[in-house]
Design a protein. Structure first.
Length: 294
């Protein structure tokens, strides 16, 4: 019986080891494997920022872009707060008021305010489809204002229509006009003082020379300087005006030359009693008032 006891005792630790190994193997898979990386999720495609991409045709896409690039009708620009409709109306009225040409400062001031508003509008909405129309209307009136600044602004507007808006209707009209007639700037030169007339028989040393027109630089229009009439010099006083004679007394009227001296004013005669009426000249004396009885 004793030999059978030793194998039973030695088999017990072996069973404990086998049970522990089984339990460890069952728990180990619960831990995450070292070095395993999670698979990335597919990212969503970024949405387009162009609101006109959902249009179904090219024409609808173009109309959508023009609509989003246009200035609102109730937005105002410049120091005078003019809308784009007000800019066009100012240019239309100015073209009628200017006639053939003008240098009226009141009209020039109105046009300058409209031009400033147009430049602010173009800076904020550079792709507005109404800009070529306003540039064209501005050219029609500013070319009639014979001042240097307005003539140069006209040339700038022409270049914008031809280069930036050449494919529009107004750009094509301006290209045709330049090819046919060209463009010449007109403004008045400074008025000169008229020369002093010479005595009879004296010849002037040199004849006056007209103001020459400057030669246009490459890429610039021709310039026509208009010489205005000369200005007469203001007359110079040669004799001093006579000084007035001082009066003898302050407030005394000055006697006229060659006339009688003014008569002295007569003092009114004092009445005998206070309250007594003065007798009328040439009439009876007033009767005395009766004494009241007691």
């Amino acid at each position: 019986m004793l030999p059978n006891v030793k194998p039973a005792i030695s088999a017990y630790p072996l069973a404990v080891l086998i049970a522990g190994a089984i339990s460890f193997g069952a728990v180990a898979p619960l831990e995450p494997a070292v070095g395993a990386t999670p698979s990335p999720k597919p990212s969503a495609s970024p949405k387009s920022k162009d609101v006109c991409d959902s249009t179904k045709s090219k024409w609808a896409h173009l109309q959508c872009e023009q609509f989003n690039s246009s200035a609102p009708g109730d937005e105002y620009f410049g120091r005078m707060k003019i809308s784009y409709l007000g800019i066009d109306n100012t240019y239309k009225d100015g073209a009628i008021s200017a006639g053939a040409y003008t240098t009226d400062p009141k009209l020039v001031s109105k046009l300058d305010f409209a031009t400033e508003a147009l430049q602010r509008w173009a800076a904020k909405y550079p792709n507005d489809p109404q800009l070529p129309r306003s540039y064209f209307l501005g050219i029609q009136v500013l070319r009639k204002v014979y001042t240097q600044s307005e003539q140069q602004t006209t040339w700038e507007f022409i270049q914008l229509l031809v280069t930036k808006y050449g494919n529009t209707y107004f750009g094509k009209v301006m290209k045709s006009s330049l090819a046919k007639d060209g463009y010449t700037e007109h403004w008045f030169a400074l008025a000169q003082i008229c020369p002093t007339p010479l005595p009879p028989g004296v010849m002037p040393e040199a004849a006056p020379v007209a103001t020459p027109s400057p030669t246009p630089a490459p890429g610039h229009p021709a310039v026509d300087l208009i010489t205005p009439p000369c200005v007469q010099p203001s007359p110079i006083a040669t004799e001093m005006p006579p000084m007035p004679e001082p009066s003898s007394l302050p407030g005394t009227p000055k006697p006229l030359r060659g006339g009688p001296a003014p008569a002295a004013s007569s003092m009114p005669e004092a009445s005998g009693l206070p309250g007594t009426p003065e007798p009328l000249p040439g009439g009876p004396a007033p009767a005395a008032s009766p004494t009241p009885r007691r």
